[in-house]
Each structure stands twice: as C-alpha cells, then as structure tokens.
Design a protein around this ligand. Structure first.
Ligand SMILES: [Zn+2]
Length: 260
C-alpha cells in the first residue's frame, strides 16, 4: 500500500498522481490529541483543544514540506459550492462555507477534514490547477464530483481528459449501511445506475460512495481516476470513522498543492 512516514506522521499518497503536485491523505497517527481524537485530529468541532489542532496541522504540513501558513480551508457543509482560492486564508479570518476548493497559486495548500466522507483530489498539470472536495453521501448525491469538473473547466479552462482525479479513503460499501432517505436520493439522482450503487447485504442496503463518485467523474469525461479503495471503518488504527466510532472521534486531513 502507498503509505509513507515522516517524523512519525503516517500518510497515504495516490500512486498515479502527478509529481508536479504535493498531496497526502494523513492517517490519524503521529499527532498530539488524546483519545477519542488520538492522535492527528484536525477537526475543530469535536471537543479537542485549539492548541492540539494547531500543533497537528503544523506537524502534517511540515512532514510534507508545506508552510503551515499556506493553508486554505473551508467550513464544510455537505453542499456543492466551489471556492477559488487566490491567497492563503488569513489566520484570523472566518472560514467561508463550501465543499470544493481550487487554486492555481503554488503558495496555497488546500486543506480539508474527513471521517468517513470521501476526499476527492484533482489536478490539471497542463494548466497548473489543483482542487479538493468533500463528498459525503449528501455531497455525492448532490453531485460534488460533477460540480468539481464543471468548476475546473469553466473557471480555468481545463479539459476533462487532462484532469487527474483521486478518490480517497472513506467508508466502504461493506460498512456503509444506509436508510430510506439515502436510498431515495440515490435513486432520484443516479437513475438506472442506482441499483448497482446500493448493493444488498442480506436485508440491508449499502451505498457505494466510491463507485458513485467514479461514475460522476467518468460521465464528466474524466478518464484518469484512481481510487484508494481503503475503508475508514475497517482500519481504525489508521483512520477516524464517524460511523464505526459512533461519532466519538476526530477528523483526518487531506491536502493538495502545486509545487512552487
Ligand atoms: Zn469497511
């Protein structure tokens, strides 16, 4: 598996991703937070202290050679709003709301937080654009992946065939039993493909977020799609899982940036 370790920080990288970008999905290992956030927690609304969050972010960024002050992040709200970052977010400013961030500025490190929701990473090295998106079930049925490709094409002039996309560690179909509300929205938004995205496990229906996001990317014309195929709930030694830890957990970080 493409895991790496530096300064006790263990992180995952996609194998096919361009060397022109710096990216990582950080595991929960190597941070300073105590249980139940042990230890590299970056989630601000889970009860952990701001000092721990700051130290964890500094450790993660430093391990990848990125300036901790280069961060641009959002208040993630399970929507499809895209933000185009021009400068790092000033430390004392409020986070804007949204679930997709893009930039063409190598001085910015895009940064998001996850615990079962799907991290989506994007790079167009022809034009020098990177992006990151947060796709939980709500974002997935609302079309975050579709919105990401649209945003890159409309805002920067990307061509879908030049975009590399990656689907990060998140809750896998094996662990992701869903109820009526999710089933109904998957059916409404995916039509005849919904059946294959909602496989039966005995009496129960599960949702395959990796396949749903891949489907959207391929429909948008993206041919380079890599998936980590790592289930957060299966590997609690590496990942925070909201479902498997019944909400008492932290958030792990994913970053992407253009090399300067
Ligand atoms: Zn699993």
């Amino acid at each position: 598996m493409p895991f790496f370790e530096k300064n006790n920080i263990r992180y995952f990288q996609f194998q096919d991703f361009s060397g022109a970008v710096t990216h990582a999905v950080f595991t929960r290992r190597g941070g300073v937070s105590p249980a139940p956030w042990s230890s590299l927690n970056v989630g601000g609304n889970v009860g952990d202290s701001p000092a721990n969050l700051r130290e964890n972010r500094i450790r993660a960024f430093t391990a990848l050679g990125r300036d901790p002050e280069s961060v641009f992040d959002l208040w993630q709200v399970h929507g499809t709003r895209a933000v185009f970052a021009r400068e790092p977010r000033p430390p004392d400013s409020h986070e804007d709301q949204g679930d997709l961030i893009f930039t063409d500025n190598p001085k910015i490190t895009l940064y998001m937080r996850f615990a079962d929701c799907t991290p989506l990473l994007f790079a167009d090295t022809h034009l020098g654009v990177v992006g990151i998106a947060h796709a939980g079930w709500q974002g997935t049925v609302s079309g975050v992946a579709t919105a990401a490709i649209k945003a890159m094409c409309e805002h920067y002039g990307s061509r879908p065939e030049n975009i590399q996309a990656a689907i990060g560690p998140s809750i896998g179909v094996d662990h992701y039993e869903v109820g009526e509300e999710v089933i109904q929205q998957v059916c409404e938004n995916f039509g005849e493909e919904a059946e294959s995205l909602l496989p039966r496990f005995g009496e129960r229906r599960h949702f395959d977020m990796w396949a749903a996001n891949r489907l959207q990317l391929e429909r948008a014309g993206v041919t380079q799609v890599e998936s980590a195929n790592i289930c957060t709930a299966c590997h609690l030694e590496d990942w925070f899982s909201h479902r498997a830890e019944k909400g008492k957990t932290g958030r792990f970080a994913a970053i992407i940036a253009l090399k300067g």
